[in-house]
Design a protein around this ligand. Structure first.
Ligand code: MG
Length: 381
């Protein structure tokens, strides 16, 4: 029986993780759950999965939850609760499904405990990839990617040597604005930007998919997960999202991992690796799919993708600057305070004007995150 701790249990990855766990009650139990503020869904999850502990990041919702559930389970709160839940409780696998930079601290705690990390929170690797991968080695912790592209690559690499890889090919659906002209980006509505063609996801990642920032973050994530250079990580547009990504080897042979899009597959794989369990989430019928198409991404139109390659080259705190600025800009777009086209402009300004610190320690990264948030918020105001 594996005990699972899910950080971000009411988001789409969190809910799908519980959907997988529900299928295998004899294999998995839920040790703990965390949410930002969504206590209504959390309460249902507590009743169904009976975790030992939960953490609600926003204090007032933690107080409200305690009133509702009595002593059904322990309730922690705030940032300190999140660190405590990852550091002090007994679990085998941490599912990192939180949004953004906030996933970093609890993930580091789990790594120091030598736990398996099923990682969906790509920002953790984007902002602190060097530190995270170093600590994993030191403490014997393994990161199994949940992001569908990285899960695909991870699966393609089973039984292979990384030294025999010539490149990774990350597929991208291209998001909702694949065929829209760049000049039209000023007029994009929130509803259009949230309407992803192939995946149903949370707001932040849906907007990141529309700007292709998500693919940019994934390029950086792939760099740290698989230890390959930026020249070895390529993005190709594949609107059907059937091939989840590919690996090309030195002999020219290519392996791909395919299925109809369904996040339960990579989640389950991250929980059960190196085993595979029988599941009937999706059945892929190629005759019904008929066509798979591919083309190059438009780096001029999707400036955020370009910026991601630039920060991968520049290193230091630039990935942290890009991530923090983007988190602020996306939040402001979701609030209707800026235009869609301004997201990439704000990110670019932050990178141009905030100083890069090479070889940052954790403290420098936290400071850089703060400084950038302030900068981008001021810029928008
Ligand atoms: Mg992805």
């Amino acid at each position: 029986m594996k005990r699972v701790l899910i950080l971000g249990s009411t988001g789409s990855i969190g809910i799908n993780t519980l959907n997988v766990i529900r299928e295998f009650p004899e294999l998995f139990s839920v040790e703990g759950l965390s949410v930002n503020s969504g206590i209504d869904i959390l309460e249902q999850q507590i009743n169904e999965f009976k975790p030992r502990v939960v953490c609600v990041c926003e204090e007032k919702f933690a107080v409200e939850l305690k009133k509702r559930i009595g002593n059904k389970c322990e309730v922690l709160s705030g940032k300190s609760g999140l660190v405590k839940i990852a550091a002090d409780y007994d679990y085998d696998i941490l599912v990192g499904a939180m949004v953004g930079f906030s996933g970093l601290e609890p993930t580091l705690e789990a790594i120091k405990k030598g736990k398996r990390i099923a990682l969906a929170n790509k920002e953790t690797l984007v902002v602190a990839g060097e530190i995270v991968t170093k600590l994993c080695k030191e403490f014997g912790s393994e990161i199994i990617p949940v992001d569908s592209e990285h899960s695909a690559i991870f699966q393609c690499l089973v039984g292979e040597k990384i030294s025999e890889v010539s490149k990774l090919i990350l597929t991208a659906s291209g998001g909702p604005f694949l065929t829209r002209a760049k000049e039209e980006f000023k007029k994009v509505t929130l509803e259009e930007a949230l309407n992803h063609p192939n995946w149903k996801m949370g707001n932040k990642i849906s907007i990141d998919s529309a700007t292709m920032m998500n693919k940019g973050l994934e390029v950086i994530e792939a760099h740290w997960l698989f230890n390959l250079s930026k020249e070895q990580i390529e993005v190709v547009i594949h609107p059907q999202s059937i091939i989840h990504s590919m690996v090309e080897f030195v002999d020219g042979s290519i392996k791909a991992q395919l299925s109809l899009p369904d996040m339960r597959l990579p989640i389950q794989y991250a929980l059960t690796f190196p085993e595979r369990l029988k599941a009937e989430f999706v059945k892929t019928n190629f005759a019904a799919i008929k066509n798979m198409t591919f083309f190059e991404p438009d780096f001029d139109k999707f400036e955020c993708l370009n910026l991601a390659y630039q920060v991968l080259q520049a290193g230091g705190t630039t990935p942290c600057i890009l991530n923090a600025s983007n988190e602020v800009a996306v939040e402001k777009f979701l609030q209707g305070k800026i235009k869609f086209s301004q997201i990439s402009e704000i990110n670019k300004r932050a990178l141009d004007e905030i100083e890069n610190h090479l070889l940052p320690d954790l403290e420098t990264i936290f400071e850089c995150d703060n400084v950038t948030r302030e900068f981008s918020e001021k810029l928008i105001d």
